[in-house]
Design a protein around this ligand. Sequence first.
Ligand code: SF4
Ligand code: SF4
Length: 191
Amino acid sequence: MTEAAPTPTTKGQEPIKASELDPKFKYELQKIHGSEKILKCFQCGTCTSDCPIARYSDSYRPRTLIHMAQLGLKDRVLKSDTLWLCAACFTCTDRCPQDVEVASVIRVFRNLAVENGCMPQVFKDQIAAVLDSGYAYKIPDLRIKKRESQGLPPLPKGNPESVKKTLKGVKLIDNVQKPAGETLNVQPQQQ
Ligand code: SF4
Ligand code: SF4
């Protein structure tokens, strides 16, 4: 089953202005590993119809994100909050009749968003927690005491230093601290 005709200006979005369009964006995406086939998308809607997240979300539509990218709406795509809802289940990739690697395209969008300082605060907080303790969130003292009271062994110690080294290697720490620019820059490189 496929969904209705594509609408790049989906609910709650402003009408598109010509000044927003970056005609080079789609060609830059073609040079990045994972999004090479983005121009093969003919907007059939299968990816959105079969996406388990789209089923429960009013706003997450992988097909629309791809359409926006094809149109050159770079800033809208990279600043989109919905980008972060993808569960990376690869159903869309398996079902796309055009062999577009949809899940990888979403990953490329996310990587470019991070490189341009557009990461949601919740992920920045998680990274800060990992760097601080080695855990993705701070384990509350209450829970640690409860474990002790029930005779459970202490939790293993995290190794934030090792994590820091890895995250520095992929430039994540620098990118997390970067503020979102007015105009986003896309340079195909390390994906
Ligand atoms: S990415 Fe594939 S499945 Fe999704 S709309 Fe385009 S052609 Fe259809
Ligand atoms: S990989 Fe992401 S976009 Fe694709 S079907 Fe799964 S949740 Fe949806």
